[in-house]
Design a binder for this molecule. Structure first.
Ligand SMILES: Cc1cc2nc3c(=O)[nH]c(=O)nc-3n(C[C@H](O)[C@H](O)[C@H](O)COP(=O)(O)OP(=O)(O)OC[C@H]3O[C@@H](n4cnc5c(N)ncnc54)[C@H](O)[C@@H]3O)c2cc1C
Ligand SMILES: *[C@@H]1O[C@H](CO)[C@@H](O)[C@H](O)[C@H]1NC(C)=O
Ligand SMILES: *[C@@H]1O[C@H](CO)[C@@H](O)[C@H](O)[C@H]1NC(C)=O
Ligand SMILES: *[C@@H]1O[C@H](CO)[C@@H](O)[C@H](O)[C@H]1NC(C)=O
Length: 538
């Protein structure tokens, strides 16, 4: 059955990735934009500041080389009308849009095309839409614009009250827009789940240029946009989130163990201990070289933390000298930037030295990996000269207390931890060896991680997991193939991929918002091809 589906699909695949309307015209698109958007917000390739605007939030210099396929123009929108105008002009003149909030996409999909033959596209850059408005109450809430970075959100919350927090990622320069779209998790995930789990309303500009909120977009779209990944359902301008309660003092620690000091045994034991700790405690591991660095955040005092560590993971030897008590806001720079950093540092948009070339990918672990395999990982993978690092993020607690289908993010109950494999380098010449390490360690890990599907986290986007292909279908148009999308889509979303594709068909049936890993609209293909009928006959 599967092979007949692939045959049917192969006959439908067309060589060109993007549907390029016969009427596509860059010039008329740009004229249309100038009619509705002030010229100082429009940057074409010939504008003197095009290069610096493009680079302004590019986190990975791999996608800033001369070979990178760049946008025809960048629109640095400052209000909703500009976004609506960009969509209407794009639709009218056959130019697609990519949307960028914080520019941290691991594959650069918010500002570049991975296809050399891509027709011209424009970038809607939301970096100037960045306000955060916190409202006290029960629960306290905030409206946060997509172009705010996580550090700006955390700072605004922490300044209102040292008893309020938000459960998002660790890196303060990550953009809210992409992060919330894909789920978003960090040091509070065991107590409070994902960033997307706290979203209670949003403003979205759809492919018709309409400005929608939670009620007007409907529940299928509101479900899809909270974890179904960025760049598929429209352009999210702003999010309303519930804030969470934290004690005024939290405790952080960092304890490093080398392989000589027993890192292999401790990591092996950590796998089952960490996901079962009290929800107020998260202990993650960064494995690099011959070290395992255990980083923890506890929502309570050192006095309360020490007995827990002594009884659950005595091998780590955590004592009073390791404890650092501080506010939750202070813990953000402490954990991500180091003990010398201040809370104001998380407002910086350009953290010097951060923009290194990188490649990353991810796995989920549901059954503890044997001690021998961990010994092998330290001996044969982390010790290589071109090795990167592995970050182990424990799940359990609140993240597992939500059902797999409540949001598009399906990695909930039964997951012990997420692994992120990362590698960094400083110049283009090192790329092959460094990315090779990531691909090779991923291949090595196959027998030891989740299967059927081998799951991955969409916010750690990896185009090696699969890319869209376009098939003819729909009402006279060409759309992204659902069947081909399953290859990567079921890794990120498991059983939720089909429901995401149905939501996509509802909000964007012509598949205007399209990228190498956007959600395909399934409705069109049900009507116009027999691919799905084969599926139903099974
Ligand atoms: C250094 C670093 C640290 C990270 N740490 C964490 C972490 O601790 N936890 C975690 O969960 N993740 C983490 N991530 C991953 C991060 O969550 C994702 O890369 C996220 O998608 C980035 O969002 P962005 O707005 O910065 O990216 P962008 O590159 O702007 O966008 C990412 C994707 O979302 C789309 N998109 C962006 N804005 C919108 C919008 N407003 N509406 C619709 N679609 C949109 C883009 O088109 C693109 O497809 C980290 C990434 C980096 C580079
Ligand atoms: C958006 O900004 C433009 C100026 O560029 C202004 O004319 C318009 O009224 C603004 N729209 C909204 C909704 O604020
Ligand atoms: C970012 O900071 C670094 C170091 O401070 C500097 O060299 C670089 O020019 C800055 N980049 C931008 C885009 O401001
Ligand atoms: C769909 O793709 C085919 C093959 O590239 C092309 O001939 C056709 O014109 C496209 N359809 C539309 C509506 O653009």
């Amino acid at each position: 059955m599967a092979s007949s589906r692939i045959m049917a699909l192969a006959m439908l695949v067309i060589s060109s990735f993007f549907f390029l309307s016969a009427h596509a015209s860059s010039d008329s698109f740009l004229r249309c934009l100038s009619g509705s958007i002030p010229s100082q917000l429009l940057f074409t390739q010939t504008s003197p500041s095009f290069g610096s605007i493009l680079a302004s939030s590019v986190r990975n210099p791999r996608f800033l080389t001369p070979a990178t396929v760049r946008p025809l123009c960048i629109v640095t929108v400052t209000n909703a009308s500009h976004v609506q105008a960009a969509v209407v002009c794009g639709r009218t003149h056959g130019v697609r849009l990519r949307v960028r909030s914080g520019g941290h996409d691991y594959e650069g999909l918010s500002y570049r095309s991975a296809r050399a033959d891509a027709p011209p596209f424009a970038v809607v850059d939301l970096a100037r839409l960045r306000s955060v408005r916190v409202t006290r109450g029960s629960p306290a809430t905030a409206w946060v614009d997509s172009g705010a970075q996580l550090g700006e959100l955390y700072y605004a919350i922490g300044k209102v009250s040292d008893r309020l927090a938000f459960p998002g990622g660790l890196c303060p320069t990550v953009g809210v827009g992409g992060h919330f779209s894909g789920g978003g998790f960090g040091m509070l995930l065991r107590r409070h789940g994902l960033a997307a789990d706290q979203v209670v309303d949003a403003l979205l500009v759809d492919a018709e240029g309409r400005l929608l909120d939670r009620n007007t977009m409907g529940q299928d779209i509101f479900w899809a946009m909270r974890g179904g990944g960025g760049g598929s359902f429209g352009i999210v301008l702003s999010w309303r989130v519930n804030l969470v309660a934290v004690p005024p003092k939290v405790t952080a620690f960092n304890v490093k163990k080398t392989v000589q000091e027993g890192a292999v045994d401790i990591v092996a034991k950590w796998q089952e201990v960490a996901p079962a700790l009290p929800d107020d405690l998260l202990v993650r591991v960064i494995a690099q070289g011959q070290d395992a660095n255990f980083q923890a955040l506890y929502l309570g005092s050192c006095d309360a933390l020490l007995p827990v560590m002594r009884s659950r993971l005595p091998e780590l030897g955590v004592d009073r000298t390791h404890c650092k008590e501080m506010t939750w806001l202070q813990s953000v720079p402490f954990i991500y930037l180091g003990s010398g950093a201040t809370v104001e540092d998380i407002l910086k948009r350009n953290l010097s030295g951060d923009a290194r070339f990188s490649k990353a990918t991810s796995d989920y672990v549901r059954q503890a990996i044997s001690r021998n395999v961990w010994a092998d990982i330290f001996r044969n993978w982390l010790a290589k000269p071109n090795a990167g690092l592995m970050i182990l993020e424990p799940y359990g607690g609140r993240i597992a207390g939500v059902s797999d289908s409540a949001t598009p993010f399906p990695h909930r109950s039964g997951v012990l931890y997420n692994i992120q494999y990362m590698n960094f380098w400083g110049s283009a010449g090192e790329e092959a060896g460094r990315t090779g390490w990531v691909r090779d360690v991923l291949a090595f890990m196959a027998p030891h991680v989740s299967k059927n599907p081998r799951a991955a986290y969409v916010n750690y986007r990896d185009l090696d997991l699969g890319q869209n292909v376009v098939v003819s279908g729909g009402a006279g148009g060409n759309v992204t193939s659902f069947e081909a999308g399953r290859v990567w889509g079921e890794k990120y979303y498991k059983g939720n991929f089909r429901r995401l594709a149905m939501a996509k068909a509802q909000i964007d049936p012509s598949d205007y918002f399209r990228s190498e890993q956007s959600i395909p609209p399934i409705g069109n293909q049900l009507i116009s091809t027999n691919v799905e009928r084969v599926d139903h006959a099974e």
